[in-house]
Design a binder for this molecule. Structure first.
Ligand code: F0G
Length: 438
């Protein structure tokens, strides 16, 4: 049986063909998920097969997404529509200083900022763009806080498609905007926030037959499953106690949970890790949501605020899926302040690792979860750094020079400031400043 699209709503579960251009269930409006009819016998051979592929130079095998293509067999038998920029293959890095900061014995970062366009979006975009090509779409669009747009611009241009990008005017970092321009996307800056622009883009996509590549697109979610598959492969399939990630539109939370459940069902792992999702305090509707007892109304944040612009989202589309995955894994949702994000980011930087602000919410959240006794000090923890340090250099410079203000204009404390020093061209004076000898 080929892959299908299935309504995610438990009371509906209507099935659609993967050749239909759909983002929501036409019957009930629910989210859609892609389902693959896995060959469980064959799955016994996959771990070895995936390892062997690391030894070849075939572009699909070199990709840290398509190496795991048995779990992405969505296109009816072939992968000829795939455009790969050799995404994935992102490292696991240990950060002893960061662990100490959070009160943990150890921590490992899965650094998605090593991707071709510098964020985890590439894992999903290669899959979403393959589907766009398969469907014969010419124009693709997304609204973005910056990383999705950079990634979509790159992959769709590489595939010969016409990328159209919508971003909140003045609310994405320059690094990300520059990427969209460089990768040749038509870029519209709209005077509205992410959630408002998503509604706009959905209308335009429908009216003009443009393929939507936001994370509501189930094929993007499928691609992002590879982040946890690769993580576990790199750990020789040893399941961590916790996987920690930042939450914005909640596509990644949905993808991680789905990927992990599928690995468990296929017998490739023996238990589920717990997911810990961390939001910025001014954009934390999911944090509020999971604290409800009946999960009735989603507490949308009308005017989300955070300097971590990547996760500045008040009405995350994937919240039903994300709730399911958090509950299924026995997970938690935490929220952190601007100050906590800024300090955690500096600590990750001082490990020689670095990340963009949204990614640092993971370490800030962990510090709180360890202090609260939710995460044990000796827990086996993987935190996912979602974006590259160079995505938002403005934020970094301001923090280290003591000029970073929160969204309300209050100055943050640059606890770990590392100011650049202007010096004269004089070895004596510089030596005096440096002091001592090696
Ligand atoms: N971290 C970074 C660096 C991101 O760019 C995003 C989302 C997230 C975390 C949150 O992930 O939405 O799956 O919960 N950025 C999107 C964008 C919204 O448009 O680039 P999520």
């Amino acid at each position: 049986m080929p892959a299908a699209l299935l309504c995610f709503e438990p009371n509906c579960r209507t099935e659609y063909s993967t050749s239909a251009v759909l983002y929501n269930c036409p019957k009930c409006g629910g989210l859609l998920e892609a389902v693959i009819d896995y060959d469980k016998e064959d799955a016994k051979l996959w771990k070895d097969r995936w390892r062997q592929r690391r030894l070849t130079n075939d572009p699909l095998d070199v990709s840290g997404v398509w190496r795991y293509r048995e779990m992405l067999d969505l296109f009816g038998g072939g992968f000829e529509n795939v455009v790969t920029l050799r995404e994935g293959c992102t490292p696991l890095l240990s950060g002893p200083r960061a662990a100490a900061y959070a009160g943990l014995d150890g921590i490992v970062f899965k650094h998605q900022g090593f991707n071709p366009t510098g964020s985890f979006k590439d894992n999903g975009m290669t899959c979403g763009v393959a589907q766009a090509v398969k469907l014969g779409m010419k124009r693709v669009a997304c609204v973005s806080t910056g990383n999705t747009s950079a990634s979509m611009a790159a992959y769709s241009s590489a595939a010969g498609l016409d990328p159209i990008i919508f971003i909140p005017n003045g609310n994405i970092s320059f690094g990300k905007l520059s990427q969209a321009l460089d990768y040749g996307a038509r870029t519209f800056q709209v005077d509205a926030n992410f959630d408002e622009i998503l509604a706009l883009v959905r209308v335009l996509a429908e009216r003009m037959g443009i393929y939507l590549l936001n994370s509501i697109n189930p094929f993007r979610i499928e691609g992002q499953k590879s982040i946890v598959i690769e993580m576990l492969d790199q750990r020789d399939w040893k399941v961590p106690d916790w996987i920690v990630l930042p939450g914005g539109n909640l596509g990644n939370t949905s993808a991680f949970g789905k990927g992990l459940r599928e690995l468990l069902a296929l017998g490739l792992i023996d238990k589920l890790p717990r997911l810990a999702v961390v939001q910025a305090e001014g954009s934390a509707p999911f944090y509020d949501y999971v604290r409800q007892t009946d999960f009735s109304a989603f507490p949308t944040v009308k005017k989300p605020e955070t300097l971590a612009t990547a996760i500045k989202i008040g009405d995350p589309v994937s919240y039903p899926k994300a709730l399911f995955e958090v509950l299924t894994t026995g997970g938690v949702v935490e929220r952190v302040t601007e100050q906590e994000i800024a300090d955690a980011k500096a600590v990750i930087g001082a490990c020689g690792i670095g990340s963009e602000p949204a990614s640092a919410a993971t370490l800030a959240g962990l510090k709180k979860l360890v202090a609260a006794g939710t995460v044990r000090a000796d827990a086996d923890v993987v935190a996912v750094l979602t974006g590259n340090v160079l995505k938002d250099p403005d934020y970094i410079y301001k923090y280290h020079t003591g000029e970073l203000d929160d969204p309300k204009g209050a100055r943050l404390t640059s606890r770990f400031a590392n100011r650049p020093v202007v010096v004269p061209n004089d070895p004596e004076q510089i030596a005096a400043l440096l002091g001592g000898k090696n």
